[in-house]
Structures are given as structure tokens and as C-alpha cells.
Ligand binder design. Structure first.
Ligand code: SAM
Length: 275
């Protein structure tokens, strides 16, 4: 395998400024309205509950819009991402909004080494994060290392079943074409676009990703001493995961237009580190 981190990072570095400029990330709304929250965090609120006063870390925070939303809910946030361009955008937004949010450039697997062990009450991540990491057991170890005993993981993520589907068949059928379970070999994609509206043409379009089955994710967390406290599957996802086959249902959520009850679109998993 080629160096997946470098290949993926150059792709994210190129996309970060385009995402910050896209209306879909609503960066200017954060500046003009001190109460504004990202649609992702707004969706999470009922399950997230009160996070005021918590020391939170947002793994794979991208340009910081969700991180800053969590800070606006009263948590003291640290965002971590391996893309210097994404971290630069996040820092700029934190400075413009005066948010209680610091941003650190590092690989997700190095988060506990860089940020400290047992240093956080809350690990928040997801929405296109786990798929960039080859090994979910290693990720779970990082989550457990970051949390103090009693600390909590909150992840809402694209569902591995959704990611196993090929939606590009000419007959319109959805086919289970890609791995559901984690495999050593990555899925190699070459795609020119991105998941938000933009006129920017990108040069770095190859990315490496991995799927992780729901049972693999849960078991990895149990094996590092986390206790599962919630697992909810949703019939929507906050990006147009299957272009042309989904409809917007409000709140930034997308759902299959045809019989959406066939397939889970995303899930929210919560777990607590045993004391
Ligand atoms: C889809 S974005 C996360 C989206 C985020 N939920 C949002 O919408 O703002 C994925 C992020 O993961 C980061 N990333 C990918 N692989 C990583 C790694 N190995 N370590 C740290 N960050 C990584 C990318 O730089 C990118 O910012």
C-alpha cells in the first residue's frame, strides 16, 4: 500500500479552503450569529444532552464548525485533524468567533500522545471520520486513552451498510458491492468532486478508505474497556451520500427517495469508559 496518510492529506488540504468557502459549511453564519450551531451538532442535541463544562476533544475536526458548535454549548474544546489546511481554517474561525476551541494538527492515531491520556471528559467524532482510518481497534484504543474514567464517546457516523452499497448501476438498483467488514486492503477512489457545493476544480482526487462493520466498532470499544450506553440507527445522513437518489428532509439531512427504510443511513453510538 502506498502511504495512505499522504495521499488522503493532500486531498483534504485541497478541499478544506473550498469547504470553508462553500455555503454548505455556513462559516459566515458562525461569525454573524454567536448562537449559530452546525446542522450536524443541532441534529445531535437530543442524544448529546448537556455538555457544559466538559473538556471535549473532536477527532478529525476538519474546518472546526462542529467543534465550535460544541464550544458554544459550553464545552472547552480541542479539535484535532491531520490536515494543516483544515486546521488553519478552524483556527481562523475560532479567532473570528472568539470560541473556546483550540486546534491541533496531528494524525488521529497519535491523538493521545499529543493531547494527553485521560485528559478529556468527552470524545466527539464522526460524519466521515472512521472511514479514513484503516484499523478500528487502534482507533478505539486512542478513544479510551483520551478519556478519563467515566468519560464519554459520542460518535454519529455514516452507516457501514450504506458504505457497502454501489449506487451507480444503470438499472438504478442498489447493489452490495463494497466491503462491509474491515479489510486490510483499502478502497481506492478517484473522484474529482466533494460533498458540498463548490466551483473549485481539484487536482488531488485519489483517496484511500476503509469500512468497519458495526459489530467490529462495538467490539473494539468493548475490548478497550468502554461500556456501550446507546446505539441508534438513523434513516438519514447529513450529506448527499448517493447523488441523485436522495432527497433533502430538512436540517441538512438526506434520505433515499425510494423506500428509505431498506437501509440504515447513519448511526449514533455512545459509550462510557469504565471507572
Ligand atoms: C469528512 S471530514 C470530517 C467531517 C467533519 N465531521 C465535518 O463535517 O466537519 C474528514 C476529516 O478527517 C481528516 N482526516 C482524515 N484522515 C485523518 C487521519 N488519519 N488523522 C487525522 N485526521 C484525518 C481530514 O483531514 C478531514 O478533515
Amino acid at each position: 500500500m502506498e502511504d495512505y496518510q499522504t495521499i488522503n492529506r493532500v486531498s483534504w488540504d485541497e478541499r478544506a479552503p473550498a469547504h470553508a468557502a462553500s455555503p454548505d459549511y455556513s462559516v459566515e453564519n458562525f461569525v454573524s450569529d454567536p448562537e449559530f450551531l452546525s446542522k450536524v451538532v443541532t441534529f445531535d442535541l437530543p442524544l448529546l444532552g448537556d455538555i457544559a463544562g466538559l473538556r471535549g476533544v473532536h477527532l478529525q475536526c476538519h474546518i472546526g464548525t462542529d467543534t465550535i458548535s460544541l464550544a458554544r454549548l459550553g464545552a472547552s474544546m480541542t479539535g484535532l485533524d491531520f490536515s494543516p489546511a483544515a486546521i488553519a481554517q478552524a483556527r481562523e474561525l475560532a479567532a473570528r468567533t472568539g470560541a473556546d476551541a483550540a486546534f491541533v494538527e496531528a494524525d488521529a492515531y497519535d491523538a493521545a500522545d499529543v493531547l494527553g491520556r485521560a485528559a478529556f471528559d468527552l470524545v466527539f467524532t464522526g460524519i466521515g471520520a472512521l472511514c479514513w482510518l484503516p484499523n478500528v481497534r487502534r482507533w478505539a484504543g486512542v478513544v479510551a486513552d483520551l478519556l478519563r474514567p467515566g468519560g464519554r464517546l459520542f460518535i454519529r457516523e455514516g452507516h457501514p451498510m450504506l458504505w457497502a452499497l454501489d449506487d451507480t448501476r444503470k438499472d438504478g438498483l442498489l447493489a452490495v458491492e463494497f466491503a462491509y467488514f474491515e479489510r486490510e486492503e483499502p478502497l481506492v477512489w478517484e473522484e474529482g468532486g466533494t460533498y458540498v457545493q463548490t466551483d473549485v476544480t481539484f487536482e488531488h482526487n485519489v483517496s484511500y478508505s476503509w469500512n468497519h462493520g458495526l459489530g467490529e466498532i462495538v467490539t473494539a470499544l468493548l475490548d478497550v474497556g468502554m461500556e456501550l450506553t446507546g446505539l441508534t440507527e438513523h434513516d438519514s445522513v447529513p450529506w448527499e451520500a448517493m447523488p441523485g437518489k436522495m432527497e433533502q428532509i430538512g436540517g441538512g439531512e438526506w434520505r433515499l427517495a425510494d423506500r428509505p427504510w431498506r437501509v440504515p443511513h447513519s448511526y449514533t453510538l455512545q459509550a462510557v469508559k469504565r471507572g
